[in-house]
Design a protein around this ligand. Structure first.
Ligand code: NDP
Length: 332
C-alpha cells in the first residue's frame, strides 16, 4: 500500500502559502510491539500550527524544515500490535499528516461512533471544545445575567464558548468576520447579538450590544477587535486570552493601545492559558460537553475540505475565515 505525507517545506513570511508544504510518497510503516497502524479518516487543521512554523520560543517547539506536520487526526485501526486496540476501531491522537501512521498505543484514545459522529473528536468533543469549556468556565467564570463577549465567535472554539455562556444564563455577544456567520450565531445558536468586525461601525455596534458593559471577554483574535472591547470592560471583568489569530502571521510585534489602564481601573483580570494544562480534567470536560450535545443544548458546525492533498489549503483558509465552525479535511 502506498503512503503519502505532508512535510513542512519552508518557513512562511506573513500568511502561509501552499509552498510552505510539500507532499511526498513514502512507505507504510512496519509496526513494532505496542504500536498500531492507523488509516487517517479526518485531519484537524488548527491556527496554532502557524506558531510552530516560526522559529523561537513558544509552548511547543517549532517544526523543523523537512519534518512531517503533526495535528489532531481521527483514523481507523487497520493493524494492531497493541492488545488495547483491534482493527476496525476508531481512534484519535496527535499524528502526522499521512495517509497511514504507526502510533504507540498510549498516544491514542478510542472514539465511540455511537455517541456522536467521529469528527466531533476533533471539534466540539475534542481540543477546541475543551478549550472553550475550561477557558470560559475556569478563567471567565461567567455568572447568570452577565455579559460575555466572544471574538472569533463563529469558529470551533468560539461557537462552543458562545453556547456554554448561554447555558450559564449569560447575555452573549459574538464577534465574527461575516454577516452570514453572524446570522448563524444569532439564528442557530441563540447568541443575543453578533457583530461583524470588518464593519467600520464595529465599536459603536459593540457599545450598543453591551449597554451594561462587558463582564467576560473570551478573546480568540486579539488586535483591533480587542482594542474595541477593552474600553467596555466592567468592574471585576475577566479577560480570557485563548488565541490571538490576527497576530499569528505578523512578522513584527503588534503595536496598539495598551490594555493595562482598563484592567487597573476595573480591577479586571486578564489570563492566558494553554489547554494541555487542563489535561488532568479532560474527562470532566468531555462528559459535560457530551451531555449538552446529546441534550441538544450544544450544537456544532464543521467545514470539511475533501482530499488529503488539500490539507495545506484548508489550513491556510483559517486565516481568511473560510471556515464556519471546525475546519476539517476528509481524507478517506
Ligand atoms: P477557528 O475555527 O476559530 O478558525 C479561525 C478563525 O479565526 C477564522 O475562521 C476567522 O474567522 C478568524 N480569523 C482569522 N484571521 C483573523 C483576523 N485577522 N482577525 C480576526 N479573526 C480572524 O479556530 P479555532 O477555534 O481552532 O481557534 C480559535 C482561537 O483559539 C485561535 O486563536 C487559536 O489559536 C486559539 N486556540 C487556543 C488554544 C489554547 O490552548 N489556548 C487551543 C485551541 C485554539 P472570521 O471569519 O470571523 O474572521
Amino acid at each position: 500500500m502506498l503512503n503519502k505525507e505532508i512535510r513542512f517545506a519552508r518557513r512562511p513570511a506573513g500568511m502561509p502559502t501552499v509552498d510552505s508544504f510539500n507532499i511526498a510518497d513514502t512507505e507504510v510503516p512496519q509496526l513494532n510491539d505496542g504500536e498500531v497502524l492507523v488509516r487517517t479518516l479526518y485531519i484537524s487543521v488548527d491556527p496554532y500550527l502557524r506558531g510552530r512554523m516560526r522559529e523561537g520560543r513558544s509552548y511547543v517547539p517549532p517544526f523543523e524544515v523537512g519534518e512531517v506536520i503533526v495535528s489532531g487526526v481521527v483514523g481507523e485501526v487497520v493493524e494492531s500490535r497493541a492488545p488495547e486496540f483491534a482493527p476496525g476501531e476508531i481512534v484519535t491522537g496527535m499524528l502526522g499528516w499521512r495517509l497511514c501512521n504507526a502510533a504507540r498505543a498510549p498516544e491514542l484514545r478510542k472514539v465511540d461512533p455511537r455517541v456522536a459522529p467521529v469528527t466531533t473528536a476533533l471539534g466540539v468533543l475534542g481540543m477546541p471544545g475543551l478549550t472553550a469549556y475550561f477557558g470560559l468556565l475556569d478563567i471567565g467564570n461567567p455568572k447568570e445575567g452577565e455579559t460575555v463577549v466572544v471574538s472569533g465567535a463563529a469558529g470551533a472554539v468560539g461557537m462552543t464558548v458562545c453556547q456554554i455562556a448561554k447555558i450559564k444564563g449569560c447575555r452573549v455577544v459574538g464577534i465574527a468576520g461575516s454577516d452570514e456567520k453572524n446570522q448563524y450565531l444569532t439564528a442557530e445558536l441563540g447568541v443575543d447579538a453578533a457583530i461583524n468586525y470588518k464593519s467600520p461601525e464595529m465599536s459603536r455596534a459593540l457599545r450598543e450590544a453591551c449597554p451594561k458593559g462587558i463582564d467576560v471577554y473570551f478573546d480568540n483574535v486579539g488586535g483591533e477587535v480587542s482594542d474595541a472591547v477593552f474600553p467596555l470592560l466592567k468592574h471585576g471583568a475577566r479577560v480570557v486570552i485563548c488565541g490571538q489569530i490576527s497576530l499569528y502571521c505578523l512578522d513584527k510585534p503588534d503595536i496598539g493601545p495598551r490594555p493595562q489602564t482598563y484592567l487597573l481601573i476595573n480591577s479586571a483580570l486578564m489570563k492566558g492559558f494553554i489547554i494541555t494544562e487542563y489535561a488532568a480534567r479532560f474527562a470532566e470536560g468531555v462528559v459535560n460537553l457530551t451531555q449538552w450535545l446529546v441534550a441538544g443544548k450544544l450544537k456544532y458546525a464543521e467545514t470539511v475540505v475533501e482530499g488529503f492533498e488539500n490539507t495545506p489549503q484548508a489550513f491556510i483558509g483559517l486565516f481568511s475565515g473560510d471556515n464556519l465552525g471546525k475546519q476539517l479535511v476528509k481524507v478517506a
